[in-house]
Design a binder for this molecule. Sequence first.
Ligand code: 5GP
Ligand code: MG
Length: 186
Amino acid sequence: MPDRTPPDRPVVSIRFSAAEIASRVEEMATDLAGKLEPDTLVVSVLKGSFVFAADLIRALSRAGADWSMDFLTLSSYGSGTESGTLIFTKELRLDVRHRHVLVVDDILDTGKTLNAVLERLRRLQPASLKTCVLLDKPERRSGSLQADYVGFSIPNQFVVGYGLDYDERYRNLPYIGVLKNPPPAE
Ligand code: 5GP
Ligand code: MG
């Protein structure tokens, strides 16, 4: 099959292999399954968490957890590696009131995104609110926010793959990698 990838697309070096991610997701699901309330509402924050959330819910089922799922989309304006203004572009469809909610996101970086999501959800009066992120970049945090469940902690590097994009590419990669020659942030 011809490779139609543009020649100037940055190269990615593998940081977490598909096997490492799969085994960590399985571990997290086992831990979560022992702690989640029955019929927990899993809220996946799109777009970045869609691959992680898809793997996590199936691992949760294997581990015996009971859940239902919804999605919300927070869009950050700007296409580079820096986040801009946050806007909710897709709201939840299910009722959150009195439900036990687990928010699933890809990366906890400055905390701006997760804080906005938590603020929005708290207003809907859930019975409880927990957070689960695949990646944590504690160096970049602007407040004291911590996730209840973390897959991997990483230094301040821009990563792609496994749902994470750079300018809407790379979400398909089965591993998480670092851009070797990232173009300058806009
Ligand atoms: P925060 O609002 O915590 O600064 O950033 C969280 C969001 O920014 C993540 O949900 C993710 O969408 C994006 N983000 C932060 N760091 C990275 C990164 O290294 N790679 C990618 N692709 N997105 C990131
Ligand atoms: Mg995100």
